[in-house]
Design a protein around this ligand. Structure first.
Ligand SMILES: [Zn+2]
Ligand SMILES: [Zn+2]
Length: 285
């Protein structure tokens, strides 16, 4: 019952030469779940040995541009690289508003979709999708993998959700929680309770608050700092804390600075690093 976490993109809205936009690949029980689809996601998926056509589902924490920047690329590329006839639609699970965003994205590419249907005999319909909108509850139960959702707090961005992914086999149940962008909140505390790993987006308030642009400083009020993410991990009693979505970009050589800020509030293992950093999670019991 292992769950493998691959940080595909550890960046933020600010383009960085070395970090793709926010997205994470979860592999469990033979399934591949993509959480968010930021800038460059398909290149990072390829580097991780995966691809759009092999995804079991797309999970969206919220509809901020950095988390959905490459949704169009994902939908079109999955469509043109799926060669099995009558392939099932891509399940897309996100907060209310997701269906509108997916429909609008497909509309943006309607000319491309028309060209390809006209050109290829075996493409007769637009990319098939199955969008499901949730703010709480169990949303997936297939082949030993269960996913549940709870509301997070990233206001004024609303609604936003976190995901708890559990993989059960004869040896037990491993669990990973994807917090997304959020300040500390009861919804996330409950979702993360006892999880084997918590993947949390973080910002360095100490660095951002010193910047001259108010618009940049604004981001502090709806994200968790490194210390706050670590406090959430402590309160929820999680096994491993995985930090991602570094704002500002984590400068190579400063990893221990970030780790120390988290370690002051959380006793367990702390994982952080570059794009494609992998963490294997097993049940602690
Ligand atoms: Zn956001
Ligand atoms: Zn973000």
């Amino acid at each position: 019952m292992t769950i493998e976490i691959t940080l595909l993109g550890t960046g933020s809205p600010i383009p960085d030469p070395n970090r793709a936009g926010p997205s994470t690949l979860i592999r469990a029980g033979g399934q591949q779940l993509l959480v968010d689809c930021g800038r460059g996601v398909l290149q990072r998926l390829a580097a991780a040995g995966a691809g759009a056509s092999g995804l079991s589902a797309l999970l969206l924490t919220h509809l901020h541009s950095d988390h959905i920047a490459d949704l169009g690329d994902l939908l079109i590329t999955r469509w043109v690289t799926t060669f099995t006839p009558d392939a099932p639609p891509l399940p897309i699970i996100g907060p209310p508003g997701t269906a509108e965003v997916v429909e609008a994205t497909l509309r943006v590419f309607s000319r491309d979709i028309g060209y390809r249907i006209a050109h290829h005999d075996d493409l007769n319909a637009p990319p098939p999708v199955d969008v499901q909108e949730y703010t709480e509850g169990q949303v997936w139960d297939r082949g030993g993998v269960r996913i549940s959702v709870a509301p997070t707090d990233h206001r004024p961005v609303t609604p936003t959700i976190g995901f708890r992914i559990e993989h059960t086999d004869d040896d037990g149940t491993a669990s990973v929680v994807m917090a997304g962008d959020t300040v500390p909140c009861a919804g996330l505390d409950e979702l993360a309770a006892g999880a084997d790993a918590l993947v949390h987006t973080v910002i360095r308030n100490d660095l951002i608050e010193a910047l001259p642009q108010q618009r940049i400083r604004d981001i502090c009020d709806y994200h968790s700092s490194v210390a706050q993410a670590a406090e959430t991990a402590s309160r929820a009693g999680v096994g491993t804390l995985v930090l991602t979505h570094y704002v500002p970009a984590l400068v190579p050589g400063q990893e221990e600075q970030w780790r120390a800020l988290a370690a002051a509030e959380f006793d367990g293992p702390i994982e952080l690093g570059n794009d494609l950093h992998r963490v294997e999670v097993t049940a602690r019991r």
